[in-house]
Design a protein around this ligand. Structure first.
Ligand code: MG
Length: 233
């Protein structure tokens, strides 16, 4: 057989395989967005501004008592926890901290987002314009400051996009990998696959192997939350 014809034949066969593979991938990929909607099609909407039916009061598991006003919720009573439990997940949450110029440090618009119950806190605070430290907004609370201060001024809506990876344990219950977290605040990367080596302070529970709720903190300040969704990973 003429070698060039043989080579051409091989090339045509390879090209056909590639076209078939791409065709199969295109046919099987469901689009995540149909238009300009903000929430991916595979996300679980936890709060759409209308009601807190996806949350309970933490610890008692009674109905969530926070107020829902004009498309957002704001603390009243104990912390709220998602009814559904999660391990690895991507969480989107929008928050707003009040302006409290008479207060300092941890007393200015304090709240937080916890993963796996009351274990790992990403801090919420009015830290606008400050040099980042490990208990300011965007910190892995009392563990790791954000890489940069990406805060907007108080009384401005802000976003967290958090990719949380739960710790891993072996069959004997020994931890073999720490929890990890990637955080974007207002679309700016502030933690890049950062290890969380132990629970964040003041929460004495042991690190869990089982899934747990996502928890929003009432620290006594009039913070607001809206547009909360999660994608289990
Ligand atoms: Mg807090």
């Amino acid at each position: 057989m003429d070698l060039s014809i043989w080579r051409r034949g091989r090339m045509i066969t390879a090209l056909a395989v590639v076209i078939l593979l791409f065709g199969a991938m295109a046919a099987s990929a469901e689009p995540l967005f149909a238009g300009d909607e903000a929430v991916p099609a595979d996300a679980i909407v936890l709060f759409d501004g209308k009601d807190l039916s996806k949350f309970v009061t933490c610890d008692s598991n009674g109905p969530a008592k926070w107020k829902v006003l004009d498309g957002y919720c704001t603390p009243e009573g104990p912390d709220i926890c998602t009814k559904q439990h999660f391990k690895d997940c991507q969480l989107h949450v929008e928050f707003w901290v009040p302006s409290m110029p008479d207060k300092k440090g941890q007393a200015r618009g304090n709240s937080g987002v916890f993963f796996m119950g009351f274990i790992y806190e990403i801090q919420i605070l009015d830290s606008y314009g400050l040099k980042p430290i490990d208990n300011d907004c965007g910190s892995i609370y009392s563990h790791t400051p954000p890489m940069v201060n990406a805060c907007r001024p108080p009384e401005t809506w802000q976003t967290y996009d958090i990719i949380f990876k739960a710790p891993r344990f072996d069959a004997a219950g020994k931890k073999i990998a720490n929890a990890r977290v990637t955080v974007l605040q207002n679309s700016v990367l502030i933690h890049n696959n950062k290890e969380i080596k132990a629970p964040t302070p003041d929460h004495s529970a042991a690190e869990p192997n089982d899934a747990g709720p996502i928890r929003l903190q009432n620290h006594g300040d009039a913070v607001r939350f809206r547009n909360i969704w999660v994608r289990p990973l």
